[in-house]
Design a binder for this molecule. Structure first.
Ligand code: KG4
Ligand code: ZN
Length: 340
C-alpha cells in the first residue's frame, strides 16, 4: 500500500511517502527560523508558513518517492493533538486531495505517530523490528510526556503523563531563561556535554513511588529561583554546568517514573520516541535501563524520526486503515486536544 502522510501539528511542514512500513521519502520543512526570534512557536506565523509550504512539500515528497498522486492508496493526516490553526492546514489539504483524486483518508493521532515511529523502515527494509507486546512506551516531546502501555497496535493505555509542562517544553523554557535559542533541547544537549551536572541541586518532582505521573514546572521554577539574582556574567560563566544540571534533573525524572512503570507493568519491550528522544544522553540512559531489565529497546533509527515528521503519521494511518478505521473527506475535522 502506498501512503501519503501529512503533518502540520506544530512548526514543521511535513509530507512523506511510505510503501507499507518503508520510507520512500520523508520531507520536513522546519519553521524554526521564523519562530526563533519570538522564543517559541507563534500560531499565526506557523499557519501562514504551513499554507505557503504544504503543496511544495507534498510535491517534493512525491517526486523523491517517484510516485504519482494517482498511484496513492491512502492519505494519512495528523488531526491532533496540536495547534488547531496549524492542524487545519494539513487536514484541509488532505481532504482537498482525497476529494480531487478519490482517495481514502484517515485522521491520525499525533502521539500514535510518535509511538509507531519505532517501526518505520528505510527504503531498504531495515531495521526489521517485530512487534512485542505488551510494550511500554515513553513518548517525550515539546507537547507531551507520556508513559503508554501498548497491548497491541491501536490498544493504548496511558499509565503516566505530565501534569503540567512536557519535558521538551521544560528544556525549551530553561534555555530561554538562560538566553539560549529556540528550540532549547538541542542547545542544552550541546552545552550539557561539557558541563558538571552536579553543579546545581534541583528537587525531585513527585517523589511518591506509587505515582507514575510527571511534573516539570516545579523543576523549572526551582531553576529560575536559584539563578534569578545572578548577574549575566555569572550565568554565562557557568552556562555549561547550568545546562548539564537542568538536563540531568529532567532526565532523572523521566527515567525514574519510567523504571517504576516497567516494574509495575512488566512489559516485554521498551519503546522511546518524540523530539527529546533525539538526545544522546537520554538514549544512553535508555539503553542502560533496557540492559538492567533485560528488555529489548526500540528507538527511532534516524534522528529526524524522533522529532515531528510525516512518515510516522503515514505509518499510523496505514495500521488504522488496516483496522478498517477510515474517515470521510467530508466530515474529517481537527481535534487539537485529541486523546490517545
Ligand atoms: O516531537 P517534537 O518535534 O514536537 C512535538 O511534538 O512537541 O519535539 C520537539 C521537542 C522540543 O521541545 C525540543 O527542544 C526537543 O523536542 N528536542 C530535544 C532534542 N531535539 C529536540 N530535546 C533534547 N535533546 C535534543 N537533541
Ligand atoms: Zn510531536
Amino acid at each position: 500500500m502506498y501512503i501519503l502522510g501529512i503533518e502540520t501539528s506544530c512548526d514543521d511542514t511535513c509530507a512523506a511517502l511510505l510503501k507499507d512500513s518503508q520510507i520512500l521519502s520523508n520531507i520536513i520543512s522546519s519553521q524554526i527560523d521564523l519562530h526563533k526570534k519570538w522564543g517559541g512557536v507563534v500560531p499565526d506565523i506557523a499557519k501562514r508558513a504551513h499554507q505557503d509550504r504544504i503543496f511544495p512539500v507534498i510535491e517534493t515528497a512525491l517526486k523523491r518517492a517517484k510516485i504519482k498522486i494517482t498511484d496513492i492508496d491512502l492519505i494519512a493526516v495528523t488531526k491532533g493533538p496540536g495547534l488547531a490553526i496549524a492542524l487545519s492546514v494539513g487536514v484541509n489539504t488532505a481532504k482537498e486531495l482525497a476529494l480531487k483524486y478519490y482517495k481514502n483518508i484517515v485522521g491520525v493521532n499525533h502521539i500514535e505517530g510518535h509511538l509507531l515511529a519505532n517501526f518505520l523502515m528505510s527504503g531498504r527494509g531495515k531495521p526489521i523490528r517485530p512487534f512485542i507486546f505488551p510494550s511500554l512506551a515513553l513518548t517525550v516531546s515539546g507537547g507531551h510526556t507520556k508513559i503508554i502501555l501498548i497491548n497491541k497496535i491501536g490498544d493504548y493505555k496511558v499509565v503516566g503523563e505530565t501534569l503540567d509542562d512536557a519535558a521538551g517544553e521544560a528544556l525549551d523554557k530553561s534555555a530561554k531563561l538562560l538566553g539560549l535559542g529556540y528550540p532549547g533541547g538541542p542547545v542544552i544537549e550541546r552545552l550539557a556535554e561539557k558541563g558538571d551536572s552536579a553543579f546545581l541541586k534541583l528537587p525531585t518532582p513527585i517523589a511518591d513511588k506509587k505515582i507514575l505521573d510527571y511534573s516539570f514546572s516545579g523543576l523549572k521554577t526551582a531553576f529560575y529561583y536559584q539563578i534569578k539574582d545572578w548577574p549575566k556574567t555569572k550565568i554565562n560563566r557557568h552556562l555549561v554546568d547550568l545546562a548539564a544540571s537542568f538536563q540531568k534533573a529532567v532526565f532523572d525524572t523521566l527515567i525514574r517514573k519510567y523504571s517504576l512503570a516497567i516494574e509495575k507493568y512488566q512489559p516485554k519491550c521498551l519503546l522511546i520516541s518524540g523530539g527529546v528522544a533525539a538526545n544522546k544522553d537520554l538514549r544512553k540512559r535508555a539503553r542502560n535501563l533496557a540492559k538492567k531489565y533485560k528488555l529489548p529497546l526500540y528507538l527511532p533509527f534516524k534522528k529526524e524520526l524522533n522529532t515531528d515528521n510525516a512518515a510516522m503519521i503515514a505509518l499510523a494511518g496505514y495500521y488504522q486503515a488496516k483496522r478498517g478505521d477510515l474517515d470521510s473527506p467530508y466530515t474529517l475535522d481537527t481535534d487539537s486536544r485529541a486523546e490517545l
